[in-house]
Ligand binder design. Structure first.
Ligand code: DHB
Length: 335
């Protein structure tokens, strides 16, 4: 079955003016109907750039913010440079992408320059995504990122396929708790934990992270997946397995957010297959305080942030809500 194109409210904005800065009268975005405060971070729009997409340079962060994102999450950065896997690293499937890049990144010492540069131009919060091979490494990375100017860190404890990091940490209550606790002792900026859907109970692990001191949670990272070529009989990705993202995972992500919201009190950021304002609204109703957008940028370009934001604004107005925060978790009271 083909993927359904959702009814986005399209709107273009003048270059170098963030969408919510354009005055449009009393019912406008600038009236802050859409602003959220999340773990102490102030976002003018509840949409964020998800880690892993265009997350490497100050220039791309700036163009994503101009496209309407309320915050930017960088590509995941480790202590040492990593070249990642050889091609093919991304395969398109029905309603999504399966990727196994292998966490390519320049290493934190190099990337810290980019964080510093970005902070001179960006007017939205910059969140550094980090991955390590031990709790000490996560703590060291968090410290370096915050010292360079990052407004928060997102712990990638959920990459589905790189050995000894990612989900190998996020799938273990003990390792997850130790990692979050260690990072919290080192930095005084918000610590966001990006959770894996590849577990028996994501809500139980969310609770572990919250009890260890996490300030917010991102749900979800990609779903472990693979693609096989019928002609050659071979797996398509060089790493054989990767992570599925895009509309194919949206119902899984929505269920995860819903489950976490029932069990845990800290804010949840929804992530997984959000391509339209309607998807964003569904995540907010399930309990997300904001949403991250990744794969949809590849499909629709960076203005997807402003079209989603405007659509959410119209939805709120039409349904008599004054503020986006009024609909967070509303579906839990509707049965
Ligand atoms: C990669 C990292 C992730 O966290 C993920 O979910 C998928 C892919 C990567 O760099 O390969």
């Amino acid at each position: 079955m083909p993927c359904k194109e959702e009814d986005n409210v399209q709107e273009t904005f003048p270059l170098r003016l963030y969408p919510w800065q354009k005055a449009r009268g009393p019912s406008d975005l600038s009236q802050n109907r859409l602003s959220v405060t999340l773990a102490g971070l102030k976002l003018a729009s509840p949409t964020m750039l998800a880690s892993g997409i265009l997350g490497y340079s100050a220039e791309t962060f700036e163009s994503i913010a101009e496209g309407g994102a309320g915050a930017i999450v960088t590509k995941s950065i480790g202590l040492k440079p990593r070249s990642g896997y050889v091609n093919p690293t991304v395969v398109q499937v029905s309603c999504g992408l399966v990727n196994a890049m292998g966490l390519p990144n320049p290493g934190m010492d190099e990337f810290a320059h980019e964080i510093r540069r970005a902070k001179t131009v960006l007017r939205v919060p910059l969140i550094a995504s980090i991955y390590g091979y031990s709790e000490e490494e996560y703590a060291q990375l968090a410290k370096k990122a915050v010292m360079a100017g990052a407004d928060a860190v997102e712990l990638n404890v959920s990459c589905p396929h790189v050995k000894q990091t990612g989900s190998e940490i996020g799938q273990s209550s003990e390792l997850l708790a130790a990692t979050v606790k260690k990072v919290k002792t080192i930095v005084d900026k918000p610590v966001i934990v990006k959770l894996s859907p590849n577990v028996t109970s994501i809500a139980d692990l969310a609770e572990v992270a919250a009890k260890a001191g996490a300030d917010a949670l991102t749900a979800i990272n990609t779903v472990k997946a693979m693609v096989i070529n019928a002609e050659t009989g071979m797996p398509m990705l060089s790493n054989r397995v990767g992570g599925l993202s895009g509309p194919a995972v949206k119902p899984i992500a929505l269920r995860c957010v819903y489950d976490i919201f029932e069990q845990v009190k800290i804010p949840v950021i929804g992530c997984g297959g959000i391509t339209s304002w309607r998807d964003a609204v569904e995540f907010l109703l399930a309990g997300a305080s904001a949403v991250q957008i990744g794969t949809a940028i590849a499909m629709k370009g960076p203005n997807v942030f402003s079209s989603i934001t405007r659509g959410v604004s119209v939805y709120l107005r039409k349904n008599g809500f004054k503020d986006v925060n009024e609909i967070v978790g509303l579906s839990h009271h509707r049965q």
